[in-house]
Design a protein around this ligand. Structure first.
Ligand SMILES: NC(=O)c1ccc[n+]([C@@H]2O[C@H](COP(=O)([O-])OP(=O)(O)OC[C@H]3O[C@@H](n4cnc5c(N)ncnc54)[C@H](OP(=O)(O)O)[C@@H]3O)[C@@H](O)[C@H]2O)c1
Length: 340
């Protein structure tokens, strides 16, 4: 029974994907007997938490004394942009709280549950912990590993190339339009998107989400020697862009030049992105950049499209050691997902 209600919390929490970072995605239900009487989820950073939304929607607050609260993440116990959820729970005398997972955030980490217990609230934990951790894998990686959650994404031809031998002469898509739309959806779900120097120069990508509705991620590019032509889309200042370089360059509106240690790549850069509050990063190539993430082991997820095109020659796609977690078809393309 507890699992079914927690499952609903997870479902609700997903409404915050691509909207709540740097906060976690959280869902909450309030149950009387066997019936859900209120639901809530965290909608926007700085906005009310899932627990507050659920409590708010209960008209007659006196019934809360006879209810159980299910929440996918430990209730907070600190004064942030909103009052602590533990205070709300005790104020309305909710007698039992069922928690999906402990909050990895330094200021909480078990203190929320301890506070509730101290106030006489019955706390049950964990319920569907694996599923709750998977829901908040970006938030957890950010707080536990002090770096963004890294997703590597590329498209390769049926014969294993990510670009033709002469890309400028033969602009051809490797993946189909459905896959490309899906990629725009993914971009809108992550805090930042990154490409390598050569991809920025050869493909001149916009790295936005124009094929779907959603927020544009922060764009990230390497330009070690400061030689990228200023006319490139990625340097147009239309959305926040971070350029990692070894040169001293003056930042301006929406265009930040950050000096990094290329001898310690990608660790130094990932640490700097963490400091900038970037919780997740989707890396869209090219081959050299993807290889440096794969070789350093600093990745969490791979999303690999294989199209039907045959290129016969060109830039070899990265090789992945490890087994495919899930394989789907997207029109004529195959999408393989790997987790580390
Ligand atoms: N099919 C796909 O999914 C896909 C996606 C993206 C790109 N592509 C294709 O991939 C090709 C470009 O790939 P690429 O491998 O030649 O270049 P890339 O990965 O885009 O960029 C590599 C360059 O980035 C700079 N860099 C600096 N530090 C680095 C580090 N530690 N690790 C990696 N790179 C570092 C270097 O440039 P400097 O020497 O100037 O410092 C390096 O030559 C293009 O043809 C593009 O069309 C395909």
């Amino acid at each position: 029974m507890h699992e079914a209600f927690m499952e609903r919390c997870i479902q609700l929490a997903k409404g915050g994907l691509g909207r709540v970072s740097p906060n976690p995605m959280v869902g909450c239900v309030i149950v009387q007997g066997d019936t859900i009487i209120a639901e809530g989820y965290h909608l926007a950073p700085g906005g009310a938490h899932a627990e507050a939304h659920a409590i708010e929607s209960v008209k007659d607050k006196s019934v809360l004394k006879h209810c159980r609260m299910y929440v996918s993440l430990e209730p907070c116990c600190h004064e942030g942009k909103t009052p602590p959820c533990t205070t709300l729970i005790t104020r309305y005398e909710i007698p039992e709280v069922i928690v999906g997972m402990k909050d990895p955030f330094e200021r909480v980490r078990g203190r929320g549950m301890a506070m509730l217990k101290k106030a006489g609230v019955k706390v049950r934990y964990p319920v569907l912990e694996k599923e709750c951790r998977n829901l908040n894998r970006r938030f957890i990686t950010f707080h536990e590993k002090k770096r963004p959650y890294v997703i590597l994404k590329w498209a390769e031809s049926r014969d294993g190339f990510i670009a033709p031998a002469r890309p400028a002469a033969s602009k051809r898509w490797i993946s189909n339009s459905l896959s490309r739309t899906l990629v725009h959806r993914w971009r809108s779900e992550e805090d930042a998107i990154m490409v390598g120097t050569k991809t920025a120069r050869v493909d001149n990508p916009r790295l936005d989400v124009r094929m779907v509705r959603g927020r544009n991620p922060v764009r990230v590019v390497t330009d070690r020697n400061g030689k990228l032509p200023p006319a490139l889309h990625i340097l147009d200042g239309k959305t926040r862009t971070i350029v990692f370089t070894e040169k001293n360059k003056k930042s301006r509106h929406n265009l930040e030049f950050i000096r990094t240690d290329f001898g310690n790549f990608p660790d130094a850069m990932l640490r700097q992105l963490h400091e900038a509050g970037v919780q997740s990063l989707i890396v869209e190539g090219g081959a050299a950049l993807l290889a440096s993430y794969l070789e350093s082991g600093r990745w969490d997820e791979i999303r690999r499209f294989t199209g039907t095109t045959l290129l016969q020659d060109g830039l070899r796609a990265p090789r992945v050691a490890g087994s495919i977690y899930r394989s789907d078809t997207v029109g004529t393309d195959t999408l393989d997902i790997f987790y580390r």
